[in-house]
Design a protein around this ligand. Structure first.
Ligand code: GDP
Ligand code: ZN
Length: 359
């Protein structure tokens, strides 16, 4: 099939795409949209023979479960995948300045004529949600996972220290991507200090965010967490050491590291423990595992937009004298006044200032 190897149209938009999750990089050159394709995109898409969901990536190959296999009940966390590459031309329903492909994407694929299990990605369907960050050292928006309904923002009450600023970043990223956040406070068996208890209540009562208090060791909150994962695609994000693996293990009796080791044997892949991978849960539902996500740099956020993500400022910001107001130095700032009165906790405002500075 030379069709996919043809030179891109002269006026087409060439883009470099990289699927990168800490360290491993898959560089691709693909054409998002060519002028010729703009005229007859259906013709291009008509080459696809099946639809599937990207569940992982290994060196320069995307692992795709076809629609049929994907929707079967799953006793084990993974199914045989199609090994897919991008050919010369890939059309997309998504924006061109973000990763062309990501784990969780629904794609349309053409079979390789000689091998049932190999395919070429022809088209990427519209993402419903996208959890993204700025890729380390680059400007491009890196989509960590697509079409994820719920993000569990895992933090621990201690070991490592609870970082309010990281939690606020996580909340912003979830809102930007249209993903529903659930805050998980793990390791409550270590005792919840009163100041953290106050923080938990603030996020729940003032910001209306669902909270799960868990102990992977003692079993607290595990059935609740499991119920929240049922029937949706979710993702666990959090600093290393907060207990993400332990929580998955407590919920489903599986260790994701072990599952990865087994699935790798099936997929003939080698050393890709750091890439995102989508797994099926026995209860129905999918979980995207993203090991080694140490950094979380916000992308696509202008400094003057930041305050809109701090919903506890909403009530006060219309009363600021200057509009727009950055709530930093302007006189008669209603948000700062609210902080001084103690209705907005100082730590929350501090977190706003620190994130603002980082933009
Ligand atoms: P991950 O890096 O987020 O996947 O964290 P892990 O699941 O590897 O856990 C990091 C460490 O925290 C391990 O030593 C776990 O045994 C411990 N840990 C995880 N959950 C809990 C918990 O609920 N309570 C306590 N006390 N320790 C936990
Ligand atoms: Zn203000």
């Amino acid at each position: 099939m030379t069709l996919f190897r043809r030179k891109p149209h002269r006026k087409s938009i060439l883009r470099r795409d990289s699927a990168r999750i800490e360290g491993e990089t898959v560089e691709e050159q693909s054409v998002a949209l060519s002028t010729r394709l703009k005229k007859a995109p259906e013709k291009h898409r008509a080459r696809a023979s099946f639809v599937g969901r990207i569940v992982g990536v290994e060196s320069n190959t995307w692992l795709v479960e076809d629609h049929y296999t994907y929707h079967q009940p799953h006793d084990v966390p993974f199914s045989p995948t199609h090994l897919c590459i991008t050919g010369g031309v890939v059309t997309t329903d998504n924006r061109e300045d973000e990763s062309l492909l990501a784990v969780g994407d629904w794609v349309e694929i053409a079979h390789m004529p000689d091998d049932e299990r190999r395919g070429v990605i022809v088209h990427v369907r519209q993402r419903q949600t996208r959890l993204f960050r700025r890729s380390p050292g680059e400007h491009e928006v890196q989509v960590i996972a697509a079409n994820v309904e719920r993000a569990f923002l895992v933090h621990s009450v201690a070991l490592p220290y609870f970082s309010r600023r990281l939690l606020d970043r996580h909340l912003i990223a979830a809102e930007q991507g249209g993903v529903e956040p659930v805050i998980v406070f793990n390791k409550i068996d270590l005792g919840v200090p009163p100041e953290i208890d106050q923080v938990i209540k603030y996020y729940r009562d003032q910001l209306g965010i669902p909270i799960c208090r868990t102990s992977a060791i003692r079993g607290d909150g595990i059935s609740e967490l499991r119920a929240l994962m049922r029937g949706v695609t979710s993702i666990l994000i959090g600093a290393s050491g907060v207990g993400k693996s332990a929580l998955v293990n407590a919920c489903f009796g599986i260790s994701l590291q072990q599952v990865r080791a087994i699935s790798r044997k099936y997929e003939r892949g080698r050393h890709t423990t750091t890439n995102a991978r989508l797994f099926h849960l026995q209860d129905g539902g999918e979980l995207v595992d993203t090991p080694g996500m140490r950094e979380f740099a916000l992308a696509e956020l202008e400094p003057e937009e930041l305050a809109f993500y701090f919903h506890d400022f909403d009530e006060y910001s219309p009363e600021c004298k200057y509009q727009p107001c950055t709530h930093t130095h302007e006189p008669n700032c209603a948000v700062r006044a609210a902080v001084e009165r103690g209705v907005i906790p100082f730590e929350r405002y501090e977190s706003y200032l620190l994130i603002l500075e980082s933009l």
